[in-house]
Ligand binder design. Structure first.
Ligand code: F6R
Length: 622
């Protein structure tokens, strides 16, 4: 089932859980639920808490069994799944604590087998799991059953794959602190549940397609769920992107041949069979499931030309429009020139990483360019890195005999706090501020490197981000107000923002929602400049737009690629093994270069000019 967004999907799952609980309660029966943790079910648990508070949903007849737990870990550690479940759900509902079961990360190793067997016995005695909630790992794991787990596996101690440890690093500050082992229900255990709802949002699109449409294989544990007779995948539109019916709807039924759909079909075919667009023949159309399109349009070459021109017209070296030139199909207006442009950068380095070439061009082509740094990015600075700066500040004061009591007090306290910091402790406000300052200085240095004066960098410090932990608050009016104020001050003709709906930790997504909401409110308020304000979306560090979606493609020369690389290097606090990289172990500059070179190669493969690199944008209409 595909829902417009994670919120609506979560609401559906919460509704199913509530229905099951109530049906069971009406029959005076216990309702046995299998629970998952991770980023995926956070909205689900929030909705269940809301239903409990506002709609009287009671959990008195509910018995829960969690899928898994890190090993070893103490219950009280912030990252333990025990703590997660209490924080997000159990502390806020009326469940009997005796009915909560979570594998214990403190079981002595030699007793684990016995405890696991007892764990299984408990839910068998409770009548089996009525409804099991699952998330899915980027590698296809369910619970912590990594690829290769046997279809016969039961609850047991397992070793986590490195990719899983990297993916979950965001919970832990850095990879070395992520446990190597976990206790998990087995695949066979999961398959015994009466009903299964697997949830998956945004970034899971590729593995969801493999799990649903690929062969059943122990190498993709979630694919084994195809053999269960009551299992539903509940996903959002972003996570559905790679399913055939979404990606290539002409292969699964009738489709309306809009220009965008024609472009998508032809681009996919051209890349799949390795032939440039203008070389595609009528036979190619027939052999690749596009005879329908051919029938409708009549001639293969006409379709080829139509798509070729659409692709060609996206390419421009003038992201702010070409002055004094009338180019009808140009992606941007030539007037006014120069334009006022505002780049929103969710973290302090997204501007240079994701659109560094365009950033430099906009400045070099004379536009009034501003950057709005939306969050402080402070949690992505390591303790080692901040200690180096604290040492510098202390050394500076000693060197010049500065005797500032307040400053020394802050620095000493920060240094001591970090030296004594425990695994699950969050940073003090002062340390977070120093970490934020480090990133702010890096962003300023990048702006200067591009050629901007300091007054063009606006540090917004949006409050939703400032929790000190990986869990961020949802967007609030305060975030929107700060954003509206900046927009009102600059009155931009162009706004660039990170169009990421699949950001693994949600920051980009919230940043985008805040910009959208601010623009909508300004439009509703009838601000005169807003009708001339166009919005261009770039993708953050994780993905690129699909080649057929791109509406503006900015080519880069080899020199510009190098200049962008050095701009990314300025962000020293993010170099090497930064804490929040997701599953990709390449550094940011490598990912940016690979991605921009790849877009250039795809354009060339389609039969257009081959550039060294290309940055890509999609326009958002509001
Ligand atoms: C968690 C679990 C895991 C997660 C999966 C996805 O209890 O069993 O299988 O569901 O790793 O994690 P998130 O939701 O953080 O993307």
């Amino acid at each position: 089932m595909i829902f417009p967004d994670a919120e609506k999907g979560s609401r559906f799952v919460a509704g199913e859980i509530a229905r099951t609980i109530r049906e069971k309660a009406a029959r005076n029966e216990k309702c046995v639920l299998g629970m998952a943790t991770g980023g995926t079910p956070v909205l689900l648990y929030a909705e269940l808490v809301r239903m409990h508070r506002e709609e009287g949903l009671s959990f008195r007849n509910v018995v829960t069994f969690n899928l898994d737990e890190y090993y070893p870990i103490s219950k009280t550690a912030y990252q333990s799944y025990w703590a997660f479940m209490h924080r997000h759900l159990f502390d806020h509902i009326d469940i009997d604590p005796a009915n909560i079961h979570i594998p214990d990360g403190g079981w002595p190793k030699e007793e684990i087998k016995q405890h696991c067997a007892e764990y299984e016995k408990k839910f068998a005695e409770a009548g089996g799991i009525d409804l099991q909630i699952l998330g899915i790992g980027l590698n296809g794991h369910i619970g912590f059953n990594e690829p290769g787990s046997s279809i016969y596996s039961r609850t047991r101690l397992v070793t986590l794959e490195n990719t899983t440890r990297i993916a979950n690093t965001y919970e832990f500050e850095n990879i070395s602190k992520v446990p190597r082992l976990a206790i998990t229900m087995g695949i066979s255990t999961i398959l015994q549940s009466k009903r299964i709802l697997l949830m998956g949002w945004g970034s899971k699109h590729a593995i969801i397609a493999r799990s649903v449409e690929g062969n059943v294989s122990e190498q993709v544990p979630a694919s084994i769920l195809q053999q269960h007779n009551d299992c539903t995948f509940v996903i959002d539109e972003a996570a559905a992107a790679d399913l055939t019916r979404i990606k290539s709807p002409w292969l699964t039924g009738d489709c309306v041949w809009t220009p965008a759909m024609t472009k998508r079909a032809v681009v996919q075919m051209s890349l799949k069979i390795g032939k440039p667009v203008l070389s595609l023949s009528a036979d190619d159309y027939v052999e690749n499931g596009l005879s329908d399109l051919l029938v409708e349009k009549g001639d293969a070459y006409e379709i080829n030309l139509e798509v070729y021109y659409m692709l060609r017209d996206t390419i421009t070296g003038w992201p702010g429009g070409k002055p004094n030139a009338v180019i009808p199909a140009h992606p941007e207006r030539s007037e006014p020139h120069p334009k006022r442009c505002l780049i929103f950068s969710p973290h302090p380095d997204d501007d240079i990483i994701s659109m560094g070439g365009t950033f430099m061009r906009l400045h070099d082509q004379g536009h009034e360019l501003h950057v709005g740094y939306q969050t402080s990015g402070n949690i992505a600075v390591t303790d080692e890195f901040v200690t180096r700066f604290i040492d510098f500040a202390v050394g500076f004061e000693e060197m010049f005999g500065i005797d500032n009591h307040k400053s020394q007090e802050i620095l000493m306290a920060a240094r001591k706090y970090i030296a004594d910091k425990q695994k699950d402790q969050t940073d003090t406000r002062e340390i977070r501020s120093i970490k934020g300052l480090i990133r702010r200085c890096e962003a300023k240095a990048t702006c200067r490197y591009v050629g901007l004066t300091d007054d063009r960098a606006h540090f917004m410090n949006l409050p939703f981000y400032e929790t000190g932990t990986i869990d961020k608050n949802p967007m609030s009016d305060a975030d929107v107000k700060i954003t509206m104020d900046l927009l009102r001050r600059i009155k931009p003709h162009q706004v660039y923002c990170a169009g990421d709906l699949a950001d693994p930790h949600g920051t980009h997504k919230v940043c985008l929602e805040i910009v959208f909401e601010s623009l909508r409110r300004l439009k509703a308020a009838g601000e005169p400049w807003i009708k001339d304000c166009w919005v261009w979306l770039y993708k953050g560090a994780w993905q690129e737009w699909d080649i057929s979606e791109i509406e503006m493609a900015i080519p880069m020369s080899p020199d510009q690629v190098r200049k962008k690389r050095f701009g990314i290097f300025i962000h020293q606090s993010q170099k090497d093994m930064v804490p929040f990289q997701g599953t990709d172990s390449r550094e940011f500059w490598q990912r940016a270069e690979d991605r921009n070179a790849n877009t250039a190669e795809l354009y060339a493969a389609l039969g257009l000019t081959k550039y060294a690199a290309v940055e890509a944008f999609v326009r958002w209409h509001y």
